[in-house]
Ligand binder design. Structure first.
Ligand code: UGY
Ligand code: MN
Length: 246
């Protein structure tokens, strides 16, 4: 029998590891007939939001982004996503980015469809038009070797364009692959493991992590990762980018 008083989840000043065993559902207005777990949010000191949605067949995820752009990525299952005048069926690996000030509606879910979302208050940049709605598919995005190491591959899902103040990337590590150095940087991350396992170092603490776990890294939280096991470790992550460092 598992001991219910134990968990791998931790919440620290500048990082958190959130494992599914600690989830408590939230009610989010406009997101109905689905389970919503708010994994990262400003209550913990973050400047991004990250949620996990598990939808029933009758689920509806609808709203207006207002000030905060949202990125929806389908982990598993299927739904129809509508924004502006566009509508597309999304399946695993596909995504839609909804800019600030836009209405969206996700519906017609396959039972149990799982979606991870990242949202951030949009910071406009003079001389650069606000991004438009973007539908995409990770399967069509190249994953070049990261800093020349073929064991690490990085897919950049959103355009690398100054209009965007957030990036969402998928990082794949072959077993044994690891970040080439301990990163110490101003950018913040929200992250969800899609596959595999490994060990993350966060602010000089060491955490075993695996598929389903989420991590928050505040600015300047030192970070390093090595993949373990027999299959590649894959995570999707958010990063704030392209703005003057205040
Ligand atoms: O984009 C990044 O900063 C990335 N290399 N960080 C990370 O995976 N922890
Ligand atoms: Mn980083």
């Amino acid at each position: 029998m598992e001991i219910s008083a134990l968990t791998r989840s931790v919440v620290r000043r500048n990082h958190a590891v959130i494992c599914p065993d600690g989830y408590v559902n939230s009610v989010v207005p406009g997101w109905t007939n689905c389970r919503v777990n708010v994994i990262i949010n400003e209550q913990m000191g973050a400047r991004l939001g990250q949620t996990l949605i598990t939808a029933e067949e009758t689920g509806v995820v609808a709203g207006d982004t207002e000030t905060a752009q949202i990125f929806f990525y389908v982990i598993s299952g299927r739904c129809t996503a509508k924004a502006d005048t566009q509508a597309q069926v999304l399946t695993a690996g596909q995504f839609v980015y909804i800019p600030a000030g836009h209405a969206y509606r996700l519906e017609q879910f396959e039972e149990g469809t799982q979606i991870v979302t990242f949202h951030k208050i949009y910071e406009p940049l003079k001389g650069h038009p606000q991004p438009t709605v973007i539908f995409g598919d990770a399967a069509n995005i190249a994953g070049p070797a990261f800093l020349g190491d073929p064991a690490l591959r990085l897919q950049v899902l959103l355009p690398e364009d100054l209009s965007f103040d957030m990036a969402v990337n998928i990082f794949t590590y072959d077993a044994g692959g690891h970040l080439p150095f301990v990163e110490t940087h101003i950018m913040e991350h929200g992250l969800l493991y899609l596959q595999g396992q490994g060990v993350y170092m966060l602010d000089q603490e060491w955490y075993p992590v695996k598929k389903g776990d989420a991590i928050w890294m505040a600015p300047y939280c030192q970070q390093w990762f090595t993949a373990m096991g027999k299959e590649p470790a894959v995570y999707i992550y958010y990063k704030n980018v392209n703005r003057f460092p205040t």
